[in-house]
Design a protein around this ligand. Sequence first.
Ligand code: PLP
Length: 388
Amino acid sequence: MTIKYYFDYNATTPTDPRVVEAMLPYFSEKFHNPSSFYRSAQETNQAIEIARQEAARLIGARPEEIFFTSGGTESDNLAIQGTASRPREKGNHIITSGIEHPAVLRTCEHLEKKGYQVTYLPVDGCGLVDPADLEKSLKDTTILVTIMQANNEIGTLQPIRELARIAHQRGALFHTDAVQSTGKIPVDVKALDVDLLSFSSHKIYGPKGMGVLYKKKGIKVDPLIFGGGHERGLRAGTENVTGIVGLGKAAELARLEMAEEERRLRPLRDKLQQEILARIPEVLINGDTDRRLYNTLNVSIKYIEGESILAMLDHQDFALSSGSACSAKSLEPSHVLLAIGRKHEEAHGSLRISLGKYNTPKDVDRLLEALPPIVDKLRRMSPFWDKK
Ligand code: PLP
């Protein structure tokens, strides 16, 4: 079945038909192993290098600084575990924030079990890391600071350039999970001065199961996967040529169309925010309303469960999230919302609306019509609403 009103672009995006078209020949006539000797194999190798150039252009990197992976999760793991497993002359301390994606948090927890020390920085009520907190937490033994650029749930954008500068002053490397920002806003690794950056193809209208790790020239990271020396020894395994070609095309389209997307989507998101606040009482906005992704709106609708709203919206063909997609199956309240100071009940009543390429002003109007009666109905059934 197809969903009519999709508002979950931070969870994933549909593959752009132009991306699918670019990929198709690599499933059939252009199937050759890029490592083989003959000319047709060299052509597939050439296609990989063109995609590498496009991925590099999207983030202001050089092609030789781009490494293809199986997605944002692997890129984060490679950046963090790959740095941690280098010879530890400097030390074994890592700094991250409490609102990272599980791809970063679980990796850090895994390293803690292996004897590494990890500091989890707090965030303020808008989800921002205070650079002064980073400064205080850095030690001579800090090998890596990893802080996301844009939060997947609330969209808050961190001051990455400043955080990277502070980390570098104490000789630590800086990694950013830019899975939600890349392709939505201009990301320039040189301007940000980061050493490592992760992004993912399925968030930018490319195929699932593909990602990139940017590794600044000269920075050393150990591989997680060993084998035939692909990706210049950093990530072994015969290349996913179709996926790489798709990621390259998606990166090209994102670079060319991002500004127009922002121009179109920001007013739609702002209208949703304004109208939800106007039409529904007792709603809290989660995240930083100034420094935030232009496509993301996260609200806590007090006295009811986000899950119940989602279920009722689903019946009317709307797809949204409560918390993050990755934790949608868990009953735990979102760690991000708790970290910004929301109470458990408020975190449970959260809705994430994330807009994208195929949303129209009409979709937004439909959602604004559908949501208030659902909230009203659920609140009338809620014991908390009565007692407030
Ligand atoms: N980091 C962030 C901020 C994300 O939002 C996601 C996906 O939701 C990931 C990492 C994981 O990326 P992937 O799904 O490509 O493994």
